[in-house]
Design a protein around this ligand. Structure first.
Ligand code: ADP
Ligand code: MG
Length: 242
């Protein structure tokens, strides 16, 4: 299998607080990797580090064989069209419509013409089942709808990799299924993914493989079956606690 993203010996601290001591793992082409771990173990920090929103202290991040942890802002800007981060909160711009939110990355990163942007945005809004809400403002939407628009915005540039930070947290079961369905559609379009979640049932549905962070390291790596069969007390208590 092809490694699309390689994380090697990553270390990250905030002042005296060590978040990651030595984290290494790979993301393979086409897979969805579940990134699990107790709250506060640095899952969001790790996702942000992957696209240079956090500076790492040690280690290396490679995207398709190219080192990306030491790039200039300008080069990072280009990388962020390939590796897209769907924020935990949805993080929509409040003062512009659903349509404009999804069009934003296209305006910022491409030279597409207006009608091309129009059809692209509508195509993506259709994937997340939000085409009818195109003129609405984010404040008119439920939390689940906002998350779906956030996903649409993250998908707008057809990224190679989508980083999902708790995309189903706080949603009702219907919206959870819709978000998982969107993730499956992104995968079918060839997108690899890292899925940070506390919802291991959701993770089981869409992830091919899992890692669990433990005190600054990767404490477990393997399939769902490996995880369930694991005799490691940490893995067992993590699963029981969910
Ligand atoms: N910008 C920051 N400055 C200082 N500490 C931070 C910052 N961002 C996150 N942290 C700390 O890093 C730890 C990991 O945070 P986070 O990645 O959000 O955890 P998780 O997503 O796994 O719940 C937490 O203890 C958090 O307080
Ligand atoms: Mg988090």
């Amino acid at each position: 299998m092809n490694e699309i993203l390689v994380i090697k010996n990553l270390a990250k601290r905030y002042e005296s607080k060590e978040i990651h001591k030595n984290v290494s793992f790979s993301l393979y082409q086409g897979e969805t990797l579940g990134l699990l771990g107790p709250s506060g173990t640095g899952k969001s920090v790790l996702l942000r580090s992957l696209i240079g929103l956090e500076e790492i202290d040690q280690g290396e991040i490679q995207y398709r064989g190219q080192r990306i942890d030491n790039l200039s802002e300008k080069k990072l800007f280009a990388i962020r069209t390939k590796i897209s981060y769907a924020f935990q909160s949805g993080a929509l711009f409040d003062s512009i419509s659903v349509f404009e939110n999804v069009a934003y990355p296209l305006l910022e990163h491409t030279k597409l013409r207006e009608h091309e942007i129009d059809s692209k945005v509508m195509e993506i809004l259709k994937i997340v089942n939000m085409e009818e809400a195109r003129e609405k403002m984010p404040s008119d939407l439920s939390g689940g709808m906002q998350k779906r628009v956030g996903l649409a915005r993250a998908m707008a540039l057809n990224p190679d990799i989508l980083l999902y930070d708790e995309p189903t947290a706080g949603l009702d079961p219907v919206n959870v299924e819709m978000v998982l369905d969107v993730m499956e559609k992104a995968k079918a379009r060839g997108c690899s993914g890292i899925f940070v979640t506390h919802d291991i049932h959701a993770a089981k549905k869409v992830c091919d493989r899992f890692i669990i962070l433990k005190q600054g390291h990767v404490g477990f790596e393997g399939s769902w079956q490996d995880m369930e069969m694991s005799s490691d007390p940490f893995v067992q208590s993590f699963l029981l606690g969910q």
